[in-house]
Structures are given as C-alpha cells and as structure tokens.
Design a protein around this ligand. Structure first.
Ligand code: ZN
Length: 485
C-alpha cells in the first residue's frame, strides 16, 4: 500500500526551505487514479529546473515517492512506449519495469531483446498504461476501479504482473452486478479466467430472470450462452429462457449479417435449443408461442405436444424435463419442527417414509437435512417404490451441501432425473441412503399435510427404514412436486 505521507497528497518545497504564498508547491496524489504534479518543470532542459536540482524531493522521502517523482518528471528515463492507436508517447525506466515484470525482463534483457528505444503498444491506451506504471512504480492499487479494471487486467496479463492480475480479478469478483455480469462473463471467457467465469455464472444463474431479460445478454458468445441456459441452477421460468435464446439468436443473425428467420435462428441456436426445458412449459404457452414458429422441427413439436398433453412421465429426448431451480417446485413439508443439532447419523443406513396423495402429482425429488457444520459432501442414493414394492427410480448423487443448499441453511434438494407421475390414493415409499457428516433432523411429524389442492398422507415404513426415520421424526422432510396437468 501507499505510504501514508502520500495520502496527505502534498509535499512542499522551495529553494529556501521556507514555504510561503509565492513558493512553488507541488502535489503528488496517489490516493486516487489522478496523479498530478502542480509544479513547473522545464521539460526541454530538466537540468535547469530548480526543483529537480534541489534535493528536496529526495529528502526523507520513501522509495515510492522518489520513484513517482522520477516517473512524473521524466528524470533519466531510458525507454519510450508509443501507445494506443495514435501512438502517444509515454516514457519510463527499464530498471523499474524489469524489476516488476518477467515480460519486460525478456523484452530488455533476454536473448531477443528489443534494440529500439521506442516500443509500440497499440493494444493499450495511454491512460491505462499510466495506471500500470503507477502500480509498477508505487504499488498503487487505487488505480483499479470499475472503469479501468478490464483494461488493467488485460495489461497485467500481457506483462505477467501477477499481483496486479490478482487485484483486478478480486475487484471484479467483489463487484459483479446486474450491469456488468454479462460483460465480465465474456471477458473472463476471453481471458480464460475460470474462477471469475464461474463466479459470474453463479451470479447470472441466481438472478436468472432479471438477467435473461436484459439486452446485454444478446451479445454473449455461444459458449457463454450455453453455459447459462444449460444449468440446473438457472433461476428462471422456461418461458423466459425460451424468449431469451430466441432474441439472442436474432441478434446473432444480425451480427453475422444473415436474414433473421426461423431457419437461420435454429441453425445458430444449435444445441442451445435443447437446453430450453420445453417439457416444463404450460401447454397453452407452448401452443401459442413456441409451436407457431418453425424453430423446432415438426417432429420435435409433435413429440413435445404428446408429452405435454399425455404422459409427461416419459422422457422426451433430447429435451430435458428436470426442473432447474428448486423454487419452481412446490414443497410438501412434513415436520412441524427441526432439531438444530447435527445428531442424525448418516453412515449409509436407510431413511424411509411412505406417502400417498389425494390427486395425481409429478414428483421431482425430496429435500434432505444437511449438517450444521461444513464438511465432506454427501453421497446419496434416492429410491422410490410403489406400494407393490416395484422400484420406480433410483438416483445417485454427490452433493456439496454448502454450494447446493438453495432451500435454506438446513436443507438441500435431491432430484430425480425425470419427474415421476404419482397416482392418487396409492402408497409410495421414499428410501434414502446418505453417507456423510451427521445431519439435522425433523420432529413432530404430521400424518396429514395439505399443499394447495393436494393432501399428502404419511405413514412409517419400518421394513425399509433402518436409520430410525418414521412418520414422526428423522430425515426426508420435504417432497418436491408440481401439479399434474
Ligand atoms: Zn463467451
């Protein structure tokens, strides 16, 4: 960080060491981006400038202070950079640059060192290069702000200045917001900054509906777009996802200067289209807004129609019918209370409970209690049986409960690959085998739970439950479901 003296932003001097109204006063401010020195410097002939000749700027000054003075006053500079498209010249000292960057070292000392004293850098603008020099000369990290950060990250990467790179990346991570999320995503893709890319994706997924409706998303590349819409974590209704990818494809047509029509849009959308979860759309929306266009083929439309109108429980490949954000499922919560100490042993015994419902539903999965402590992820096997003991489905999951705990602090969802049709007035048994840290558990379980127009009835399943879960206590606190048509 900057020496505290600098934050006072001034040093005073005159030839008599006696500051007065008429004295030359110069200021060095490193506390913000603007570095300015309010002093008269004879650039033509620096040797004759009394301030440079005087010893004042060195006296009791820090290395940073002297470095900055040397830079700002062009004292003994030995390299010139011609910057940006206009080749504006900025001078510097090889010694400082070499001491801070391996790329500058190679440039000035390596076997193929530059012989010219003017280096052309058309891809960095002069103001950005000045900020870079400020950092290199004075460790001034205040040059990193929302306007400069992208260009500085580029410059830091270009010259392998890792500490500045880290500062820029941290600044970006800390400042992802609605206005810049798409831009940072695309830039981190371009820079191959995987951590930053992931952080941006998480922000976009979490705020899915708002971001998908913003204009900036239309400019994303195909990979970025696909990574957004492919995720289960995307928190958005499928109607919004569909409308977003359609308008993205329109924009891509225009960028490529090809006609905007259904056929071209389909070609551009390619695999992205299969990440729109058409099977989760209301039939009326599909009929009015999707089937009217020729983006889906007639065969795909027919299959989706059949799925939406009839079975819903069969897969309609290659489209995905799994719910994304768990908030779009309804929750049947069977416990009145929770014991908030991690006492439920999860060593691979089976937790089980049976239920029936008053009207047919689509069951998407369950929520499980997690540990109150951070710890190892859970290895989970979730099974569902009908009353005649036929196994209807079985899924294995490894859940990092900290990351996936979207239901709140205590619960995390475990979803089937496809929602299952649950008939009314039949009993089904949920069996879960979890291996991992001890978990919270529920108490005061209810035999009957009403959710909207669905009444669930729970009974214990002693034959399958080997870990003490029953209708009154234990695990499997929530059934995730949606209404059958
Ligand atoms: Zn991209």
């Amino acid at each position: 960080m900057i020496d505290q003296k600098y934050n006072k932003s001034h040093t005073e001097c005159n030839n008599n060491n006696n500051p007065g109204p008429e004295s030359n006063i110069y200021f060095i401010s490193l506390s913000k981006k603007k570095i300015y020195i309010d002093m008269e410097v004879d650039e033509e002939n620096q040797q004759q400038c009394p301030l440079l000749d005087s010893n004042v700027w060195r006296t009791r000054s820090t290395v940073f202070s002297c470095n900055n003075f040397m830079l700002q006053n062009k004292v003994a500079c030995d390299i010139t950079f011609a910057l940006g498209s206009e080749g504006q010249e900025v001078v510097a000292h090889k010694y400082v640059l070499i001491s801070r960057s391996p790329v500058f070292y190679a440039m000035f000392c390596g076997p193929v060192a530059e012989s010219s004293n003017v280096i052309s850098v058309p891809d960095i603008e002069p103001d950005v290069f000045q900020f870079l020099l400020s950092y290199l000369y004075c460790d001034d990290d205040s040059v990193v702000d929302s306007e400069s950060v992208m260009a500085l990250l580029y410059a830091a990467k270009k010259y392998s200045i890792y500490s500045l790179e880290d500062i820029c990346k941290q600044f970006l991570k800390d400042n992802i917001n609605f206005d810049n999320a798409c831009l940072i995503l695309e830039q981190s893709h371009a820079f191959d900054e995987k951590d930053l890319y992931e952080e941006c994706l998480k922000f976009i997924w979490k705020n899915g509906e708002e971001i998908l409706e913003m204009n900036c998303i239309k400019d994303l590349c195909e990979k970025c777009m696909q990574d957004i819409v492919a995720s289960d974590a995307l928190n958005a209704d499928e109607k919004i996802v569909y409308e977003c990818v359609v308008s993205w494809s329109e924009n891509q047509c225009m960028k490529k200067k090809i006609e905007v029509n259904d056929q071209n849009q389909r070609e551009i959308l390619s695999n992205i289209l299969y990440h729109v979860r058409f099977p989760l759309m209301p039939l009326s929306y599909f009929a009015d807004h999707v089937s009217e266009k020729q983006i889906l083929s007639p065969e795909e439309k027919l299959n989706l129609y059949k799925y939406l109108c009839q079975s819903r429980s069969d897969a309609v490949t290659p489209f995905i019918s799994r719910y994304r954000s768990k908030k779009t499922c309804l929750h049947c919560k069977r416990f009145k209370g929770m014991v908030d100490s991690s006492d439920w042993v999860q060593k691979g015994k089976k937790d089980a409970v049976s239920f029936s419902c008053s009207v047919p539903i689509l069951m998407h999965g369950v929520c499980m209690y997690r540990s109150g402590l951070t710890g190892a992820p859970y290895d989970i096997r979730l099974e569902l049986y009908d009353e005649s003991d036929n196994q209807l489905t079985c899924v294995h999951r490894t859940e990092d409960t900290i990351e996936s705990s979207v239901e709140g602090r205590f619960l995390f969802p475990v979803l089937f690959d496809q929602p299952l049709k649950i008939l009314s007035c039949s009993y089904y048994t949920i069996v879960v085998k979890m291996i991992g840290p001890k978990s919270f558990y529920g108490e005061r379980g209810r035999k009957k739970v009403v959710c909207g127009n669905v009444t669930f009835e729970f009974i214990s399943a002693p034959n399958k439950s080997t870990n003490s879960t029953n209708v009154f206590t234990g695990q499997i606190p929530v059934i995730l479901f949606s209404p059958w048509l």
